[in-house]
Ligand binder design. Sequence first.
Ligand SMILES: Cc1ncc(COP(=O)(O)O)c(C=O)c1O
Length: 389
Amino acid sequence: MPPSPIRKLVPYAEAAKKKGIKVYHLNIGQPDIETPPAIMDVVREMDFPVLEYSHSAGNESYRRKLVQYYQKTGIDVNHQQIIVTTGGSEAILFGFMSCLDSGDEVIIPEPFYANYNGFAVAADVKVVPVTSYIDSGFALPPIEEFEKKITSRTKAIVICNPNNPTGYLYSREEMEVLKQLILKHDLYLFADEAYREFCYEGTHTSAMHLTGVDDHVVLMDTISKRYSACGARIGALVTKNKAVLDTVLKFAQARLSPPGLGQILGEAAVDLPDNYFDKTKAEYQLRRDAIVERLNRMPGVFCPNPGGAFYAMARLPIDDADKFCQWLLEGFSHDQRTVMLAPATGFYSTEGLGKTEVRLAYVLNVQTINEAMDCLEEAIKQYPGKTSR
Ligand SMILES: Cc1ncc(COP(=O)(O)O)c(C=O)c1O
């Protein structure tokens, strides 16, 4: 089981904090945006004698409510095509376990959300990367690159849109290209749309907006980022493929039930006013603009403008991102402050890639981001492994 590239530096951050150093956490996608009080209140005010198991597929009332949410995003599904899961994490795991056999291969554009590796280990499937590059802003690699990787064991493609860690927002055209590919080779398209609401350049194309691929698309969703409710542990697997739903339900029954309180919160969230997302999206966009501008002003640093989610990838003038991120916590401080970043190597599956790149999660307010960027700028100047680029 590979370690999480996002969490492996935690002991160094803890040691830095013990020394009295303030650590700016740009390493993890834990939003600081308040969970809407109105939906917390609904949970607080619930009055029931027993906190019981729910239906394994999730409360019917919640699934029916989710149908309304999906309708607003142009996704036409009914409540029987939704299985509520313990976070998007379980939706990914159930998707892998239900659609893939031991030894099957799943193609994923890299860099990708590192936990896919863990789910692949659990499902005993092989992740086959197709590399996307920082110089093209991490756009979808040419389709020939996918074709080259397809074997008789290839069963699925995973697309995370907008992408974590790159922030790349796949266009309608790119999604259509993927559609042709999955039809041609009879593959599943696993669509992780955890950041659907956060698109700053252009609109979001869901895999479920594609026509003629109903049996191929498996949507993995979550309320964690949408409503800043990571602790609710509520996600959903959505598909029109009946056989997949039947199999996923068996896994869902084996784990009995998704979280009860979280479903109540999730159901209430669908009734938030339509403009709820305008405010959060605008806030993330301000942060993105601030961080991207600061990064690109630093000598030798390149950061493509991410179209969505709340992550940016940057290339730094350094010898080794893992060493640099550890050194930031162990060997550096500026006015008793430092920055915690995620080295990009853990998001690539191909050995040796991402060595000069880091991922930054812009989950702090603009002022704090600026303070963190002051630190990073100073750190790059002082880093012993600085390169001349
Ligand atoms: C792309 C992506 N998918 C899925 C998840 C899992 O989210 P959760 O299990 O909290 O719903 C995350 C969390 O960071 C993510 O970034």
